[in-house]
Design a protein. Structure first.
Length: 355
C-alpha cells in the first residue's frame, strides 16, 4: 500500500456539532454518538483512502454480504481525559492485534496498524470535547469491520468497510450483579469462533441471557460444551478469589483474550497476589462457596471494567458471596482506573497519549 495513503486521512468536519448542551457526563452506555466517524474501504485487493466524516447512516444494498453471512467483527476501547485535559488510550495496540486475529478467523482482510492508529488518534483529536471528565465515565470507542460486497452466494466478501465510532458513556453496571451458571446453552465450542470478537457470538447470547434476566439474574457465566468448566461471564472474562488466590480460566478457541483480563493478571502478579490460570470446574466453585473458601467472583471487560458478582446460581442452588471490606475487585479496579485516567504511575507502559 502507498505510504501516503497509510499516513494521510481526508477529513470532512461537521458544520453543526451535536454535543449536548446539558453535558456528556453520566449518559446511558452506548446511546449517544459523537460528531464524526472514521471509515476506510477495502476494495480491489487493497485498502483505499481513509476518511473522517460527519457521523451519518450507511447506504447498503440489500444483498450486502454482512446481512447474509455474518462477516462482522469489532473491538471495544475507551479514551480517558485527565485533570490536565490530556487524552489517553489504554493498550490500543492490543485491540489492533486482536482485531486482526478476528479478521483472520472470519476470512476478512487484516488492517494495517498505521490505518488503525492514525484513524483512531485523528478521530479523538476532533472529538476531544466529547470525552467525559466525571470519575467512571469515558469515551467508549467501537472499531468494527463488515463485509460490504454484494451477492448472496456463500463465499467471503471481496469488499469491506472498517469504521470507528465513539460514544460518551457512564458506567456499564451501577451495582454488583447476580449470575446464573449455564447448564444448557453454550457460547462457543472448540474449533469455532469463540476466541474471535465476532458479532454473531454476541447475537447468539441474547436469547439465553434474556431467559436469565426473566429469572432475576443479570448475566450468565458460560461453561464449556460439557457444562463442566467455567469460562466467561456474559460479555466479560471471569475471575474467582479462592482464599487469597486469584483464579481465572485460560484463553482458548472458546474464550476471548480480554485486554482487561490480561491487565488484572499483570497487576496481581506485580502486587504479589498468587494467580492461577487454569481450568475451573463448576463443582470446585460450588464446593468452595459451601466451605467458605470462595471469597469473591467478578467479571472483567472494557465496557464494565470490573464488576463484582454478589450471587450465583446453578441447578436451582443459590450461593451468596461474602461482603468483604477489602475486596480484590475494588483494589484492582482502583489500580486499573488510576492508570487509565493518568492518576498514578504506569509501570507497564499501557497508557498511550493522544497528541
Amino acid at each position: 500500500m502507498d505510504t501516503d495513503i497509510l499516513n494521510s486521512i481526508k477529513i470532512e468536519k461537521t458544520t453543526q456539532s451535536k454535543l449536548p448542551k446539558d453535558g456528556i457526563n453520566d449518559l446511558k452506555f452506548g446511546s449517544t454518538f459523537t460528531d464524526h466517524m472514521f471509515i476506510v474501504q477495502y476494495k480491489d485487493g487493497k485498502w483505499q483512502e481513509p476518511k473522517i466524516m460527519p457521523y451519518q447512516p450507511l447506504e447498503l444494498d440489500p444483498s450486502t454480504r454482512v446481512f447474509h453471512y455474518g462477516q462482522a467483527i469489532f473491538e471495544g476501547m475507551k479514551a480517558y481525559k485527565d485533570t490536565n485535559n490530556k487524552t489517553w488510550l489504554f493498550r490500543p495496540l492490543d485491540n489492533q492485534e486482536r482485531l486482526n486475529k478476528s479478521a483472520v478467523r472470519m476470512q476478512m482482510p487484516e488492517l494495517p496498524k498505521e490505518i488503525f492508529m492514525n484513524g483512531l488518534t485523528e478521530l479523538l483529536k476532533l472529538e476531544k470535547d466529547w470525552i467525559p471528565t466525571a470519575d467512571g465515565n469515558s469515551l467508549y470507542i467501537r472499531p468494527f469491520m463488515i463485509a460490504s460486497g454484494r451477492g448472496i452466494y456463500a463465499a467471503p466478501s471481496d469488499e469491506y468497510f472498517f469504521m470507528i465510532i465513539a460514544s460518551p458513556s457512564g458506567k456499564y453496571y451501577s451495582k454488583d450483579v447476580n449470575v446464573v451458571i449455564a447448564e444448557h446453552y453454550s457460547r462457543a465450542a472448540n474449533g469455532g469462533v469463540g476466541a474471535a470478537k465476532a458479532a454473531g457470538n454476541y447475537g447468539a447470547q441474547f436469547y439465553p441471557t434474556q431467559q436469565a434476566i426473566k429469572k432475576g439474574f443479570d448475566q450468565i457465566i458460560w461453561t464449556d460444551s460439557t457444562h463442566t468448566y467455567l469460562e466467561e461471564a456474559g460479555t466479560m472474562n471471569v475471575f474467582f478469589r479462592i482464599n487469597d488466590t486469584l483464579v481465572t480460566a485460560p484463553t482458548s478457541e472458546r474464550i476471548l483474550d480480554g485486554v482487561t483480563r490480561k491487565s488484572i493478571i499483570a497487576l496481581a502478579e506485580n502486587m504479589g497476589i498468587p494467580v492461577e490460570v487454569r481450568k475451573i470446574s463448576v463443582q470446585e466453585i460450588k464446593d468452595a462457596a459451601r466451605n467458605g473458601e470462595l471469597k469473591e467472583m467478578f467479571g472483567a471487560g472494557t465496557a464494565a471494567v470490573i464488576t463484582p458478582i454478589a450471587k450465583f446460581s446453578h441447578r436451582d442452588e443459590e450461593f451468596e458471596l461474602p461482603k468483604l471490606e477489602n475486596r480484590y475487585s475494588d483494589m484492582f479496579k482502583k489500580k486499573l482506573t488510576d492508570i487509565q485516567y493518568n492518576r498514578d504511575e504506569d509501570p507497564f507502559g499501557w497508557r498511550y497519549l493522544v497528541e
